[in-house]
Design a protein around this ligand. Structure first.
Ligand SMILES: [Zn+2]
Length: 279
């Protein structure tokens, strides 16, 4: 097989032998892949910057014949992730982005929109935005791109558009909503206020972002009330755990940095992880 090229984000790097690395990469062209970079830890190597975690590279690799690792032959640094710009909360938010990419995405299935979302999120996390809001935006859009999230616009029972000032009720399907007329029939999920639904739509890309749809999120953004943030954080955490089948490894760190802070959303950790009735 001839060598292949790809744009790649380094998700994980594990030292291998004296001088080599085994890396997990998320690529725009081939999805997730695992590769061996021989001699990557030597001072002089064809791997610029020794394949730093969260950084973006243009790579060349020889695809594996059957099982095993791809063989990386070259890596050119495109964009280095700079922890000093992100700060500690931003850095751990970025580690969480890497964890979700590694856990959620199948090997050898390209989803360029997921790659672009990750690149944009990592860039925003280095711009002193609001890492909490960046993560919600990333998680909701990732779940949607991977087909794990319903839409928040219409009722799953009657198919009608739920009006902007109407509450809606979550059904068993994540993100699937029932309108007030239909939820009496038996939906038991939490009731979402119009404001929560509006933000779920904006964060998941269903409606335009209130300020702008990309770039830096202003730290002074008045629209996302702490209480609304707490409610959405609780829902998204539950959905992520549900589709991952476990609690993400980075959750304790995000918790430590206040991402799940209870005074932010007036929710306890218990409620965040197992929300029942949110009104
Ligand atoms: Zn309905």
């Amino acid at each position: 097989m001839p060598p292949l090229q790809a744009r790649a984000i380094v998700l994980r790097r594990i030292p291998f032998s004296e001088t080599s690395l085994v890396v997990s990469l998320y690529t725009r062209e081939h999805g997730k892949l695992h590769g061996l970079a021989k001699g990557a830890r030597r001072l002089k190597s064809p791997f610029e910057g020794a394949l730093e975690i969260l950084s973006q590279y243009q790579i060349v690799f020889l695809p594996r014949a059957t099982e095993g690792l791809h063989l990386l032959t070259e890596a050119k640094l495109l964009d280095r992730f700079r922890p000093e710009l992100a700060g500690l909360p931003g850095l751990f938010a970025a580690y969480y982005v890497a964890e979700l990419l590694e856990s959620f995405t199948e090997e050898l299935g390209a989803q360029p929109e997921v790659f672009d979302l990750a690149v944009e999120t990592l860039a925003n996390l280095q711009r002193h935005g609001l890492p909490e809001v960046e993560l919600l935006r990333f998680e909701l859009r990732l779940l949607r791109y991977l087909g794990h999230l319903g839409q928040f616009e219409t009722c799953v029972h009657c198919g009608q558009v739920i009006k902007a000032d109407q509450p809606a009720r979550l059904t068993e399907v994540a993100g699937g909503l029932a309108c007030p007329r239909c939820w009496k029939v038996g939906a038991k999920g939490p009731i979402l206020t119009p404001e929560v639904r509006h933000w779920l739509q904006a964060l998941s890309g269903e409606i335009p972002w209130p300020l702008r749809d990309s770039g830096e999120i202003s730290a002074k953004h008045p629209g996302l009330h702490p209480r609304i943030y707490g409610q959405i954080r609780g829902l998204v955490s539950r959905w992520v755990c549900q589709f991952l089948g476990r609690r993400p490894r980075l959750f304790p760190y995000l918790e430590k940095f206040g991402f799940f802070s209870t005074d932010r959303g007036e929710l306890t950790r218990e409620q965040i992880e197992h929300p029942t009735e949110i009104q």
